[in-house]
Design a protein around this ligand. Structure first.
Ligand SMILES: [Mg+2]
Length: 272
């Protein structure tokens, strides 16, 4: 915390912040208007970045933020669904053994806490990226049915917007990639990412904060905001991502504490 600034800061109803990134801070490699200034204005407030994307490692996310003009955050403060999955599994079973289906970043996150072991895995972990094929599906099914391995899914997204091989594409999310395993085994996965509570809970542990003292800033009512509300985290919806200004909220949720068009408005509303 910057002690020199304390007296001049607005009195806020929260003491720590969780931030979604895509659609809040940037689109692809383009920072969203006002996002860099917003991040400067909350430098003195403990904050973490939370993303359902398990493909990139925190160091790579930090590099990207720096490359597009943000101050490079501490990697510890970037909680991907892959990192949260690894941390949660380590809490369930220290030195766990796993078989993972997904991109290299997912394997690397899991290797920080556990060991790859396709013959005796405790957990079959499905994330995003390439890796699902006949052989990996067969290995995973046998681990679950014959050896009792538990099925884990990094995030529930059914599809994700991304740049793939140089152009925009809709890619299968972990929620879609885990589906063949659910069908084949009859087992439901434990799912970590938003709107499920586990990614938030790992983020709150990193912040060492209680849910009701935190603010979640996100662009998706159905994941970022709903999941945070269910844990009692205060919420701010910015309409710079999938959800446009004026668009009606889904019926199954209450209004966020702040509902703004963008981070410029949020900064004004909070007096930052
Ligand atoms: Mg987003």
């Amino acid at each position: 915390m910057n002690q020199n600034n304390c007296l001049s800061q607005a009195i806020l109803p929260f003491s720590a912040i969780l931030l979604d990134m895509d659609g809040v801070l940037f689109h692809g490699m383009n920072p969203i208007d006002g996002a860099i200034d917003f991040m400067r204005s909350i430098e003195h407030i403990p904050h973490v970045f939370v993303t359902n994307n398990p493909v990139r490692l925190p160091e790579s996310v930090a590099d990207k933020l720096a490359e597009i003009g943000f101050k490079r955050p501490d990697e510890k403060h970037i909680i991907t669904s892959g990192e949260a999955t690894a941390a949660w599994l380590a809490q369930q079973k220290p030195d766990f053994r796993f078989f993972a289906i997904g991109a290299g970043g997912l394997h690397q996150s899991l290797q920080k806490y556990g060991y790859e072991d396709k013959d005796n895995a405790d957990y079959v972990v499905v994330g995003e990226g390439e890796g699902l094929d006949y052989a990996s599906l067969t290995t995973a099914i046998n681990l679950i049915i014959k050896q009792g391995a538990q099925l884990i899914c990094t995030n529930p997204d059914t599809s994700v917007d991304a740049f793939y091989r140089g152009k925009h594409a809709i890619l299968p999310g972990a929620g879609a990639l885990v589906a063949p395993l659910v069908i084949a085994t009859g087992k439901q996965p434990v799912t970590i990412g938003k709107p499920r509570p586990l990614l938030y809970e790992i983020a709150l542990q990193e912040l060492q904060a209680q849910a009701d003292t935190c603010l979640m800033i996100g662009d998706r009512p159905d994941t970022d905001i709903l999941g945070a509300q269910q844990l009692g985290i205060q919420t701010a919806l910015v309409r710079t991502g999938r959800f446009a200004p004026g668009e009606k909220l889904p019926d199954n949720m209450s209004a966020p504490d702040w509902d703004v068009d963008n981070l410029i408005q949020l900064r004004k509303s909070l007096g930052l």
